[in-house]
Write a protein that binds this ligand. Structure first.
Ligand code: FUB
Length: 324
């Protein structure tokens, strides 16, 4: 187990916590888990979330403020079902909340909603981002002020249904000896509302410089993309899904390729694992979730935080998630 770890909110089930520091305060944008009474399946139908709350903290060990409902399904004009992992970015005093949601054809798209405040409420655009698909958007601001969106997730996240940004009939994961399905990255347009370019593949390499294979379930990308910068390098981290690890790979620019480095967090209690990494008041933290407080119900998760420790060479010390 990590040397210091803390569940953040006892009154709601929250997951996929994406943390950002805006104006010196830490804001967390998680999914809001509910018990929708839908049986568990590989498609993730049991994750039938209907709104988002935003949380903030002045201090990592201090109180966590729940700012209430920041965006709800009923207010999104194109909504079908399932508000999954969201993320927020700030530009020129406006805050942009990016969220994956199934449209009325049951296809995941990525939407954007806007607010003047980091805690919302957020007003959604009429339609999803043009050319968007799949799940788990993460928006990274580089030092030059450019914003990049990383996204994608296989199985229920539908990434296997796309090749070269086009939907394919009966899309499947590649064979075990073929390169794994890559997550995607696109620079955002200056207005933050659309991709500024065609999404590109995020290539993950092994120590030999070969692309990770689809059969390498211990290391290949499944979902939960996150990007952060540390000592001038770009750290792409993600979940391996069915093997339930949080792993990371390092590159020298936001597009990659990224070379696999290791495991950040071993499996937690519950099927999913999803995280973010942020620096706050001079220390680095891993925000993630597990299903401990719900007694292992994988659709009722609770977000937590622990300190992230780097070695002198920039590698990350592996933490024990406390699961199987
Ligand atoms: O919260 C729903 C889904 O579960 C997320 O989008 C995935 O990353 C997984 O955590």
């Amino acid at each position: 187990m990590a040397k210091w770890t803390r569940y953040l909110v006892p009154h709601l089930y929250t997951a996929d916590p994406h943390a950002h520091v805006f104006d010196g305060k830490l804001y967390i944008y998680p999914s809001h888990d509910i018990d929708a009474g839908i049986p568990e399946n590989d498609n993730g139908d049991h994750f039938a979330m209907r709104d988002y709350h935003v949380f903030s903290m002045e201090d990592i060990e201090g109180d966590v403020t729940d700012h209430g409902v920041a965006l709800k399904l009923e207010d999104i004009p194109w909504a079908g079902r399932q508000l999954w992992d969201c993320d927020c970015a700030c530009k020129d005093g406006k805050y942009y909340l990016y969220f994956p949601l199934k449209d009325r054809s049951d296809i995941f798209r990525i939407g954007v909603a806007i607010s003047d405040k980091p805690e919302g409420p957020f007003v959604p655009q009429e339609v999803p981002m043009a050319g968007s698909y799949s799940i788990d958007p993460c928006v990274f601001r580089d030092e030059d002020g450019s914003h990049y969106m990383y996204f994608g997730g296989i199985w229920g996240g539908q990434l296997q249904s796309y090749r070269n940004n086009q939907a394919v009939e009966n899309g499947k994961e590649p064979a075990d000896d073929e390169p794994a399905l890559p997550p995607r990255v696109a620079r955002l347009r200056d207005d933050m509302l659309q991709f500024g370019e065609e999404p590109r593949a995020v290539v993950l390499l092994d120590e030999q410089g070969e692309e990770l294979r689809a059969g390498d379930h211990e290391r290949r990308f499944f979902e939960a993309a996150w990007m952060h910068r540390y000592q001038g390098n770009y750290y792409f981290s993600y979940s391996t899904g069915n093997t339930q690890k949080l792993c990371y790979a390092v590159g020298d620019n936001p597009y990659g390729p990224f070379t696999y480095q290791g495991v950040i967090l071993t499996p937690v209690v519950g099927w999913t694992t999803h995280h973010s990494i942020a620096e706050f008041k001079g220390k680095w933290y891993l925000f993630h979730h597990d299903s401990g407080p719900s007694g292992g119900k994988t659709w009722l998760r609770s977000m937590k935080v622990c300190e992230l420790v780097y070695r002198d060479d920039g590698t990350i010390c592996t933490m024990d998630g406390g699961g199987e």
